[in-house]
Design a protein around this ligand. Structure first.
Ligand code: EPU
Length: 344
């Protein structure tokens, strides 16, 4: 049996919500071989296992009665050029923002719009992270994964990953099955800035930046995120708690009549993506917590889409708040909100 297994481990450092849930057993692994060695454990075989990287997309609502594996593999490798791109392979355990900055320092722009997103490189494809006009899928070449059931190595391209908005096969068909061990990015050799997100364009204009460098974009994105979103190192949170809901054009038009000022973005398929933060804000939730509650689980003061642990909240308290917000938005706008984090 692998020797690095600990019992009854506090998970506070392994989830950005800072929930004090406990794991019955816990292992930190620094290599894919060490990960593979865990496959023989009874908890692994009967499915009572959970892989965490940065822990930025999980809400623990109770203690975990199984094995939690913290994937801490490190390093990256330049695989050379292919067509108009350079291919860079990165270990799943690397910090996402750390790698974005490393890539910029190395002179490999392309990920700058995704600066400061919390979490690990291996978690990034799971929910196809996106921000400020760019999604991971657009810079993705392939990934390597371990089949948790058969122990086989898998290599998956973008099509196999079935990326969608904050979605992939790792949240659906391969949930609890494929463990991402390495991600290969396709970074453009002839880089051009991605300037489609209104907030970013407006900030560049305000700073009189006409042709921004990748570093300037990363810095501005970092500034905007710091202004709007709480730092998980200071106050527990997992970024946006809900996905922005997609509705058809008719529903969007009806909602617009009912709620002037509704923030809605047209999509290529004819649907509209609504700003969930706006809907929650209009329901009066910004900065609030449940009446009669301890107030430890709350909605962030500056962004209604972000739920925060003001200190000592339980996962159950966070979930009760989220459920009430969902009902409130469904009652007022008839729109169903879907949580972004994995609820365990
Ligand atoms: N808004 C309000 N009140 C609020 C919050 C937002 O009215 O309390 C309005 C804003 O004024 C804006 C609109 O809602 O008009 C959208 O807000 P924002 O630009 O902050 O973006 P978002 O749709 O809330 C998404 C992602 C973020 C990503 C940003 C920037 C999702 C679920 N969230 O947020 O991703 O950083 O766009 O691209 O798609 C994350 O997934 O954890 C995350 C932070």
């Amino acid at each position: 049996m692998p020797s690095n297994i600990q019992s009854d481990v506090l998970l506070t450092p392994y989830n950005t919500f800072g929930i004090a849930a406990r794991a019955k057993r816990f292992a930190r692994v620094e290599s894919v071989d060490a990960l593979r060695a865990l496959c023989e454990l009874p908890e692994w075989r009967d499915g009572r296992r959970l892989i965490v990287g940065g822990g930025s997309n999980v809400l623990f609502t109770k203690d975990f009665d199984g094995l939690v594996v913290h994937l801490a593999t490190k390093g990256h490798e330049d695989l050379g050029d292919e067509g108009h791109d350079r291919l860079i392979a990165v270990a799943a355990g690397e910090s996402w923002d750390g790698f974005v900055r490393t890539s910029l320092r190395a002179g490999w722009p392309g990920l700058e719009n995704l600066a400061l997103i919390p979490g690990s490189v291996g978690a990034a494809p799971v929910q196809n992270i996106g921000a400020y006009g760019l999604e991971l899928a657009e810079r993705f070449a392939w990934l390597d994964a371990l089949d948790a059931v058969s122990g086989a190595s898998l290599r998956m391209d973008a099509e196999a990953c079935a990326f969608g908005y904050r979605d992939s096969i790792f949240k659906n068909g391969l949930r609890d099955r494929a463990i991402i061990t390495r991600v290969v990015f396709r970074l453009p050799l002839r880089w051009e800035p991605r300037l489609t997100y209104a907030d970013l364009v407006e900030r560049l204009a305000r700073n009189a930046i006409v042709t921004p460098s990748a570093d300037q974009i990363a810095d501005l994105v970092t500034t905007i995120r710091r202004e709007k979103l709480p730092d998980p190192a200071v106050v527990g949170n997992a970024g946006s708690f809900f996905k922005n809901p997609l509705v058809d054009a008719k529903t969007c038009a009806t909602l617009r009549e009912q709620a002037p000022g509704l923030v809605a973005h047209p999509q290529a398929d004819g649907r509209f993506k609504l700003a969930a933060g706006w809907l929650i804000d209009r329901c009066g939730w910004r900065g609030r917590s449940l009446v009669g509650s301890s107030g430890r689980a709350a909605v962030h003061e500056r962004h209604a889409l972000v739920l925060v642990n003001r200190g000592g909240a339980t996962g159950a308290e966070m979930l009760a708040l989220a459920d009430t917000i969902r009902k409130s938005v469904a009652g007022r706008f008839g729109v169903n909100l879907e949580p972004e984090p994995l609820i365990v």
